[in-house]
Design a binder for this molecule. Structure first.
Ligand code: ADP
Length: 334
């Protein structure tokens, strides 16, 4: 598993749970989203009503699940967590919807991967707080309407563009989560270091933050690996050189690009002369699913100004050639 892979699994999930900010006031960065959200929550609390359904969109590891938990905490409401892929049949969703408590927050991660029948059931639930339970099969089947509790749906997606319009339209509020600034990641790191009992000087935090792909989850992960390195080789002191040496060892480069990012750039430059090349061709060249390249690698490469998405395909920028230490062909940039 790559050190900078954006997904958490196994033991890491437990550590993440311990590092998650619990209230909106502890949530670092995303200033606009935080302000919008605090207004939505405060006004719902004043009116004594459940707030509108909310959609969080953004790359993995930016804090969507954390925000869903914070929303429930701020509302003093119970929270139910599921995910799109877990809702294969409409019955899976019906079982959850029909047992929600009044005011409960329902979090559906990867909501763009929900199966079609579940999706249609969700429309009705979101709008009318009702589900139709279908009894029987074929022409004799009847739908029995069942009222359910008023709830707030919080959906998370890495690809808001993939949501069918009827679903997107049923959210009253959409939060677009962006990659974090280096200074914000430094704050995340200092907070985590405090919670983990790690001594982290500013220069060490800066070095780790710079290389964390704008992503808190990766920052926290790199912090733990750098701590291991510092414990074993440097008496526990994380200065700039130690942080840098540790990150080099784990193949995170100076801009925070990981192996997949570099593989994508490398293929784009060496195999396709800098592009334009289609997403699926590029994905085959690096031996990954197109979705992985599109969701995991590209958003960061685009934001770093290394790759551009054009109508004709993916294109490397001048900075990309520079980053890999290569010279672009003479006619590359007009
Ligand atoms: P997502 O659901 O978008 O994949 P998560 O909410 O699971 O991301 O966040 C991953 C980890 O990153 C969390 O465990 C949390 O510790 C940390 N994190 C995310 N956003 C923040 C933030 N704004 N401030 C501090 N820590 C954060």
């Amino acid at each position: 598993r790559d050190l900078v892979s954006p997904d958490a699994e196994g033991e890491e999930s437990q550590i993440e749970a311990a590092l998650r900010p619990k209230r909106l006031g502890e949530f670092i960065g995303q200033a606009r989203v935080r302000e919008q959200l605090s207004l939505v929550l405060e006004s719902a609390l004043r009116r004594g009503r459940s707030p509108d359904h909310m959609l969080m969109s953004g790359s993995p590891g930016l804090g969507k699940t954390t925000l869903a938990m914070i929303i429930a905490a701020e509302l003093s409401a119970p929270l139910r967590i599921t995910s799109g892929p877990a809702l294969e049949r409409a019955g899976d969703l019906a079982a959850i919807l029909s047992t929600l408590a009044e005011g409960e927050v329902l979090f559906i991660d990867e909501i763009h991967r929900m199966a079609r029948p579940a999706e249609e059931m969700l429309y009705l639930a979101m709008e009318d707080f009702r589900v139709d339970i279908v009894v029987g099969k074929g022409p004799g089947a009847t739908a029995i309407p069942l009222d359910i509790a008023t709830f707030t749906l919080v959906g998370a997606t890495t690809r808001a563009g993939l949501l069918p319009a009827p679903l997107r339209d049923r959210f009253g509020f959409t939060a677009h989560m962006d990659f974090y600034q280096v200074e914000e990641l430094e704050q995340v790191l200092h907070r985590s270091a405090r919670l983990l009992g790690v001594t982290l000087p500013g220069e060490g935090a800066h070095e780790i933050a710079r290389r964390s792909r704008g992503t808190p989850r990766i920052a926290n992960r790199l912090l733990r690996r750098v701590r291991d390195f510092a414990d074993v080789r440097a008496g526990g002191v994380i200065d700039r050189d130690i942080a840098s040496a540790a990150l080099n060892l784990y193949e995170v480069d100076a801009e925070g690009l990981d192996r997949l990012d570099r593989a994508v750039l490398d293929a784009l430059l060496r195999k396709f002369g800098g592009g334009p090349v289609g997403l699926s061709t590029l994905a085959v060249a690096v031996g990954e699913e197109p979705e992985t390249v599109e969701v995991v690698a590209e958003p960061f490469l685009v934001r770093q100004g290394l790759l551009a998405r054009t109508p004709r395909g993916r294109v490397a920028t001048a900075a990309a050639w520079h980053h890999l230490g290569m010279t672009p062909p003479p006619d590359a940039f007009g």
